[in-house]
Design a protein around this ligand. Structure first.
Ligand SMILES: [Fe+2]
Ligand SMILES: [Fe+2]
Length: 226
């Protein structure tokens, strides 16, 4: 096997440690993948796993919204942690990876790509919605007067938009991509994106404190769930 290029970069992005090992697709296809194993990372499986994690996260935000609607004070650390996470891991890694997969789908099967629609625009809209919700929470914490319905409608819109987006991806986008993308297409996506550690669900020590309240809430809830 001839290694054409390999470099290890450790970058800091928004205080996260981003570890990306970039190899050529030749390396990956011949058996040295960016996950350090002999197998290439299945990028479709990474997307599925992220969606399962995001579903848990949205449930956590919804529990805080329910507390607010009962007249209790929600745990804003949990909400802020969830929004911080969404703007970083999905915003900077998960969605761009889907955009890349989408570009390949458009080449391989334009009809299927048309059925998915403009995924990139959806991602921009989701990021905008996340930032709006984060701004409302910041205002509340800074004791700026915010009408109750503003918090409720912003939170509900964020949760529902994210859920609808992921449902479309699970039902339409990912099955279409899994059907027509080649192993080489997948390898090229992995090469382009590198491999990023999920700071909440695969957290390293550096992010331990940052998401502590949110992580504890998710763990407590999973222990209590039947
Ligand atoms: Fe997406
Ligand atoms: Fe997604």
């Amino acid at each position: 096997m001839r290694i054409i290029s390999m470099c290890l970069t450790i970058l800091e992005a928004s205080q996260f440690e981003l570890m990306a090992v970039r190899l050529t697709s030749v390396n990956i296809l011949k058996g040295t993948a960016t996950n350090g194993s002999m197998e290439p990372v299945d990028v479709i499986s990474v997307i599925h796993k992220d969606h399962a994690n995001l579903a848990e996260l949205l449930n956590a935000v919804e529990r805080q919204l329910a507390a607010f609607e009962r007249g209790e004070r929600p745990d804003y650390d949990i909400i802020q942690g969830a929004l911080d996470y969404c703007l970083n891991y999905p915003g900077l890694y998960h969605h761009p990876m889907e955009d890349l997969i989408m570009r390949k789908l458009r080449v391989r099967d334009p009809v299927a790509a048309d059925a998915v629609g403009d995924l990139e625009a959806d991602h921009q809209a989701l990021n905008g919605e996340t930032r709006r919700f984060a701004a409302v929470v910041d205002d509340i914490l800074q004791e700026v007067e915010v009408p109750r319905e503003t918090f409720e409608t912003t939170a509900r819109s964020f949760i529902e938009h994210y859920r609808a987006h992921m449902e479309k991806e699970e039902k339409v986008f990912l099955p279409a991509a899994a059907k027509v993308l080649s192993v080489n297409d997948m390898a090229e996506v992995e090469v382009e994106m590198g491999r990023r550690v999920d700071p909440l669900f695969e957290h390293g020590d550096s992010d331990g404190a940052r998401f502590e309240a949110l992580r504890k809430n998710l763990m407590d809830w999973s222990r209590e769930a039947p």
